[in-house]
Design a protein around this ligand. Structure first.
Ligand code: SAM
Ligand code: SF4
Length: 348
């Protein structure tokens, strides 16, 4: 499915809930945000109906997100349903990992192929201060369970914010010590992100080099990419990770390898380096709005179509309309078009 700017849309991010068991400072205020009514949230059958029509139109990859997707009961049931839809090649998950250790066996059996693990602190106290909940051990158990799962793609996503440099550097060390790449994702002016300050990439690279030594193409593996050059290793091609922080096959992430590191460190600067020209995705909110861009509130009300009994063709038409209305680019920092809701409500 192509949009009017010629972009191929093959990736659908599905928010399964707006609920979350954490209160990360860059996402939600400590008191939480107004919640959607339970009856407004799409059932698994309704989500599968949307995905079925999207797959007929060319969607191949589904990412489940939220809120925290693992707070929704029996997520593995949904994974299995989606995995069995003709055309759907991959079902992956973005999670804070707090409930992952327990649910991973069922998710793997259901066909989950990848996890993007959101992590913003590596010490218990710092974790609690940032995430608003004392769930550090549970998150670490989730991370290790994912890393130990053969064949499961695992990436660690961190949004670096000022004053938290020490934790950010510790998170970087996971790319040295584990098979997971670590991606630093630029803070977006969404939700609480509008009131925090991110660490600029240039500053972060400086800190990383001071701590871990100069990155070098000698360490970059067989592809031999010059320092700082855009790098797209084969094993990551086609991956679009957490969002913000997604990459398309021709995406904008810059990857670096530090001396002695087992995995890459990536930088994804969606705000300062717009990569909208490569955007391949649309998103479905938990309450059934199909959105063509994270930064714009408008969308197609597919829940009304589903519940009004309008049928599969109307659903497909709505998906096509959404894709056709996909804006050329986001306008963060340029005009006041951004969403006023938090990432947990939109489905980050
Ligand atoms: N709860 C899950 C998690 O944390 O991975 C999935 C939903 S969460 C909204 C998805 C991603 O959005 C997380 O990696 C989170 O760090 C990121 N995020 C939330 N608010 C953000 C902001 N203002 N700027 C950049 N990323 C943000
Ligand atoms: Fe943190 Fe994700 Fe929950 Fe937002 S939705 S508070 S990023 S765990």
């Amino acid at each position: 499915m192509k949009d009017k700017y010629g972009r191929t849309i093959e990736y659908l991010r599905v928010s399964v809930t707006d609920r979350c068991d954490l209160r990360c400072r860059h996402c939600m205020p400590p008191e939480g945000v107004p919640l959607m009514a339970h009856e407004d949230i799409l059932s698994y059958e309704e989500i599968a109906a949307v995905v079925t029509e999207a797959a007929k139109l060319g969607v191949r990859k589904i990412r489940l997100t939220g809120g925290e997707p693992l707070v929704r009961p029996q997520l593995a049931v949904l994974v299995k349903m989606l995995k069995s839809i003709p055309g759907i090649e991959q079902v992956v998950l973005t999670t804070n990992g707090v409930r992952l250790a327990q649910q991973l066996p069922d998710l793997l059996t259901a066909g989950l192929s990848g996890v993007n693990f959101s992590l913003n602190a590596m010490d218990r106290e710092a974790y609690e201060a940032f995430a608003g909940r004392d769930r550090f051990e549970a998150a670490m158990a989730g991370l290790h369970a994912a890393l130990d799962a053969p064949g499961l793609s695992v990436k660690i996503n961190c949004v670096p914010t000022k004053g938290r440099e020490e934790q950010v550097l510790k998170i970087a060390s996971l790319a040295r010590d584990t098979r997971a790449s670590v991606r630093f994702i630029e803070l977006m002016p969404i939700g609480m992100g509008a009131v925090l300050k991110g660490i600029p990439k240039i500053e972060l690279i400086d800190l990383l080099q001071k701590k871990y030594g100069p990155f070098s193409h000698d360490e970059a593996g067989p592809e031999g990419v010059a320092p700082g050059e855009y790098r797209r290793p084969e094993r990551q091609r086609g991956d679009a990770g957490g969002c913000p922080g997604d990459r398309t096959p021709k995406g904008p992430a810059e990857y670096y390898r530090f001396p002695g590191f087992a995995s890459d460190i990536g930088f994804i600067s969606a705000v300062s380096h717009r990569f909208c020209g490569d955007c391949n995705r649309i998103r479905l909110t938990a309450d059934g709005m199909l959105k063509s861009c994270l930064a714009f509130p408008a969308g197609e009300d597919v829940k009304a179509i589903l519940r009004g009994g309008a049928g599969e063709e109307a659903l497909r038409e709505s998906i096509v309309r959404c894709v056709q209305n996909k804006p050329k680019q986001h306008a963060f920092g340029f005009q006041k078009t951004e969403e006023q809701r938090s990432m947990s409500q939109i489905g980050g």
